[in-house]
Design a protein around this ligand. Structure first.
Ligand code: MG
Length: 280
């Protein structure tokens, strides 16, 4: 793969990404895919999707797990509904995450990712050990599939995430770095966080956002790439210094406005190509 191929976050029937056709129309060569709904994760659908990717010349680089009942309405709701942290859905979702990894394997994809949820900051909290346990369970399943697992950033500080990764004691856990999430959740200045966690960054999102008045208590705002507080050129330059050469995967989470979503992704592609040309 050439250095820094452009990518885009896509969805089939679940999640907030764009349709595969949008990636094709914009000439984007790689995608991450939000895992399709449970009913459609069949071997036949995997085969058909692979064939379509082949026809379009698009490479799948990562399958993102997501679960019914997750809501990103506000930060307290994320705490209660997202990922493998909430207790009442944990066992079922851990099982489902393994099924998603198996579906990714059918798609010949060696990388799966997810929002784990809010990991307790206090490593002595019993919940911390419980989340470690299920994460190891998923990691071992992925390992048997020949896959790595990437944790999406946002809900933890860089230090918290580093600690958690090391505490799993596994060698197939890495980071999907999303700089805007650090701002949206108020968990840290994104470039500083990236430098701290850089050794584990194996995939990234290109997304932008602005800080909330009360970071960590209320949401910041996701905005078009280049218009927020990330500083895209500084971001890509920092990735360059870290030796990151993988896809630059654009994420713009406004599926309720598909025309605007497509136009803004188009603009993001141009912006990233300009930065690439400057830094190459
Ligand atoms: Mg993201």
């Amino acid at each position: 793969m050439a250095k820094w191929p452009i990518g885009v976050f896509t969805s089939i029937d679940a999640g907030l990404g764009v349709k595969l056709e949008v990636a094709h129309e914009l000439g984007i060569p790689t995608i991450q895919l939000h895992a399709p709904a449970k009913e459609t994760r069949t071997a036949e659908n995997a085969e058909a999707f692979l064939q379509k990717l082949g026809e379009l010349g698009i490479e799948l680089t990562c399958v993102f797990g997501g679960f019914e009942g997750e809501s990103y309405a506000d930060i307290p709701t994320v705490v209660n509904t997202v990922g493998l942290v909430p207790a009442d859905t944990r066992a079922a979702r851990t099982q489902e995450m393994k099924e998603i990894a198996d579906f990714a394997k059918l798609l010949r994809c060696d990388t799966v990712a997810l929002h784990l949820g809010f990991i307790p900051h206090d490593t002595n909290d019993p919940l911390y050990a419980e989340v470690l346990d299920v994460t190891r369970d998923v990691l071992d399943h992925c390992k048997a599939n020949g896959q790595n697992l990437h944790l999406e950033t946002g809900q933890e500080s860089a230090e918290g995430l580093l600690q958690f990764i090391q505490d799993t004691g596994r060698d197939n856990l890495f980071v999907n770095f999303d700089p805007a999430n650090m701002i949206l959740y108020g968990t840290g200045e994104p470039i500083d966080a990236l430098k701290k966690i850089g050794n584990y960054v194996r995939s990234i999102h290109c997304k932008d956002g602005t800080w909330a008045d009360k970071p960590g208590e209320e949401w910041g705002q996701e905005v078009p790439l280049g218009e927020g507080d990330v500083g895209m050129e500084n971001y890509i330059q920092t990735l360059n210094e870290l030796g990151y050469t993988g896809p630059l995967t654009i994420e713009r989470e406004i599926p309720q406005e598909p025309e605007r979503q497509k136009a803004e992704i188009h603009h993001a592609v141009s912006l990233l190509n300009e930065i690439k040309a400057k830094l190459a």
